[in-house]
Structure formats: C-alpha cells, structure tokens
Design a binder for this molecule. Structure first.
Ligand SMILES: Cc1ncc(COP(=O)(O)O)c(C=O)c1O
Length: 391
C-alpha cells in the first residue's frame, strides 16, 4: 500500500524548484523570538504599514452589505477603470480599461503572462541578481529561464547588448525587466529601459515589465513600459506602494491581442480575484496622503542606512534608487552569505536575506537588507551590526 502511494505520489520534476531561502531566515528568526529575543526584521520585503484607512473602510462596508460573490474574471469594471486612470495621473498615459486585468497579486500576473505569451520550452531572459520566482515560475511552467549576469556599469540591469548576445547564442522568446528591481533597489533610466524594450521587440523578444515597486522611486522617476510599447506586458501590484501584501491583489496591463487568452486562463485557474480585496483596492487609490507618508518613511530609512551602515562596517552597496532594498557586498567578511546571514541573525539579532536567493553564484558575496520597517528599527539595526562586525 505504502509502496503504491510512494509510486503514485512522487512530486513531479517540474515542482522541483528551489526554496525561497528568505523563508528559512523568517523561520529561524521566529524560533529566536519564541525564546524571547528581539529581532530586527530586515529580511522580508513587505511594508510595516497596513492598507490605507480608505481601503479598510471600504472592506468593512462591503462585509456588512451582503454576500461577496465572484466578480467578472478580468476584475470589477470600476476597479479596472480606476487603475487605467492611475496611468493618466502617474504617467500621462491613456490606457484602455479593457486592457487591465486584475490578478491575485503580481505573482498570479506572472503565471498568466508566461502561460499566455510562451510555449513550454521557450527561453526567457531574467536578470541576475533578480527576484527568484521569475526563474522558478518559468521552470515550473516548462519554460527555460536564462539568467543574464548584470553589472554595476549598467546599474545592474540587462542591456540590449547582453540580451542580443544571449539571443544569438540561442533564440529567446521573452525578457523580464524590473525597475526598481528586487533585490538591488536599482532602477533603469528612461532611456536605458526604452532602448532595451525597442531592441528586444525588434528581435522578436516579448517584454514583461515588473513594475511592482513603482511609486517607491527616490533617485529619479520610474518610467512605465506602457509608455514605451503597447506590446509589452506590464505587471503591477497593490502589495508594495499600497501596503496590501496580504490582500493578494495586483494587476496587469496587457496588449489587446492577449486579453482574451488571459481571460480564458484566469477563468480556469481562479474564476475571479477575491472580491473583498478588489473593493478595498479601488478605495486604496483614495488613500494617497497616507501612502505618501509611508513612502516618506522609506526615504528617511534609506537616508539613515546610507549614512549609518558605512560607519557600522557595511560600506559597499549598489545604488539604492528605489523600492526598499539595499544589496550590500559582504565579501570583506565572508564568501558564504547564507552562513553570514545566519550568524548575523543569531549573534546580532538582525535578520537579512542571503544574496544566493537572488543570484546563485555571485550572491554568495551579498546580503539584502529591507528598509520597510520603522525608523527606530533601522537605527537599532545599524547599532547592532556595528557592534557585531567589530567583535
Ligand atoms: C520584484 C517583485 N515582483 C513581484 C513580487 C510579488 O508580489 P505580490 O505577489 O505580492 O504582488 C515581489 C514580492 O516581493 C517582488 O519583490
């Protein structure tokens, strides 16, 4: 019986994606907290603040006003219109609400985009370092992620040269770009993004632009790929700027040719996105004043860290243009960032993410620090890191 179950229930090869190591750090931090230790959390990339009051009020009202049924698969029409309007407000762009697809976080947006645009076996370029699920979702869907190593010279972004070199070696079908990026926090200039998109599309490579950190840009304004190409697939979310990680809601802007394919996929994969979250998300657009204060807090945290970390001994990081991350080179102390992060957690009580999550090779020399917490936590983390590194 057991033998039969073992034979039947073997995990598929496609499910053998690597774990997200940051979650191991989260578990280790929780174990220390259970022993009474106070831990500075700089590992998980999520806002310390909750959804804006306007979103909470709308959700409360919806809960007491009747049943919450399914919605249209592509999202509640008024939310799709509101998202389209935001493109006009943020970027001066005229986006057809029919091209907006509401999704269960940007995570579901990736699955829909990859399924709609690529066949199994297609090669899709992603930046290294980069957000690991790009690679792992592609793998699980039978596509081949092609990691392109980026460098400081190009602000840690894929360039048209590196993209085309890979394409010549073996044709690519897609490329994922992100600005601001995770884990680096670096951004592409408007001209670098436009050049990459034009060059990719001329070569027949579809562009997927992850714009989840838009709204959190400090060095210069982030450009939407929607303003550069009507063929790019844009993925965004209410998780970061809108502080709604747990509500699991995001959106896509998709070329008209893909709308129906994505609708069919979402009909089958999810039916629709949680209704309560859609209602709250629409109201979140009215919480701008509150959200801007949160953003100012990140900007202040960024300044505190850029100032304080070098004095504490961590003095080599990539330009912190946006999002809420610093990607620090720790090669002076260790060539094993996982061991370094584990020791920092155990001995200094500061939780950070090892770079190997984001770049299996060069990530051994980096850790990511998230500065979405409170100002007090940033100051205490600097203090603790300083004492620890001098031990
Ligand atoms: C770059 C990037 N894209 C996408 C996501 C997924 O976010 P969500 O599914 O909450 O929208 C994250 C989450 O940390 C991220 O950092």
């Amino acid at each position: 019986m057991l033998e039969k179950a073992k034979r039947l229930l073997q995990p598929s090869a496609r499910s053998a994606v690597p774990p997200f190591l940051v979650m191991d750090v989260v578990a280790a931090a929780a174990r220390l907290e259970a022993q009474g230790r106070r831990i500075m959390h700089m590992e998980v990339g999520q806002p310390a603040a909750g959804a804006p009051a306007t979103a909470i009020a709308a959700a409360r009202a919806a809960l007491s006003s009747g049943p919450l049924g399914y919605t249209e698969t592509l999202g509640i029409a008024s939310l799709r219109r509101r998202i389209a309007r935001a493109y006009c407000e943020w970027h001066g762009l005229d986006i057809d609400p029919q091209c907006i697809v509401v999704t269960t976080g940007s995570s579901a947006g990736f699955i829909l985009a990859f399924l709609a645009a690529f066949e199994a076996g297609d090669r899709v370029a992603v930046a290294l370092p980069g957000y690991p699920p790009y690679r792992h979702i592609l793998t699980a869907l039978g596509c081949e992620p092609v990691g392109i190593e980026t460098t400081a010279q190009t602000r840690w972004a894929i360039t048209s040269e590196t993209l085309i070199a890979q394409h010549r070696a073996r044709p690519l079908k897609g490329v994922v770009v992100a600005s601001p990026a995770n884990p680096t926090g670096t951004m592409m200039s408007a001209s670098a993004l436009a050049e990459l998109i034009r060059c990719a599309e001329d070569a027949g490579i579809a562009v997927i632009s992850d714009e989840i950190y838009h709204g959190l840009d400090y060095a210069f304004a982030a450009e939407s790929a929607a303003g550069i190409s009507s063929d790019a697939i844009i993925i965004n979310s209410f998780s970061k700027y809108f502080c709604m990680t747990g509500w699991r809601i995001g959106w896509m802007v998709v070329p008209p040719a893909l709308v129906r394919a994505i609708e069919r996929l979402q009909q089958n994969l999810a039916i629709s996105v949680p209704t309560l979250s859609q209602i709250a998300a629409e109201a979140a657009f009215d919480g701008r004043a509150e959200l801007e204060k949160v953003r100012q807090g990140y900007e202040e945290n960024r300044r505190i860290l850029l100032d304080g970390l070098p004095r504490a001994g961590l003095d080599s990081f990539l330009p912190a243009d946006g999002a809420f991350y610093l990607y620090a080179d720790v090669s002076r102390f260790s060539s094993d960032s996982f061991a370094f992060a584990t020791r920092m957690l155990e001995e200094a009580g500061v939780a950070v993410t090892p770079g190997v999550d984001f770049d299996p090779l060069r990530g051994k020399n980096f850790v990511r620090l998230c500065y979405a917490g409170t100002r007090e936590d940033m100051r205490e983390a600097i203090e603790r890191i300083g004492v620890w590194l001098k031990v």
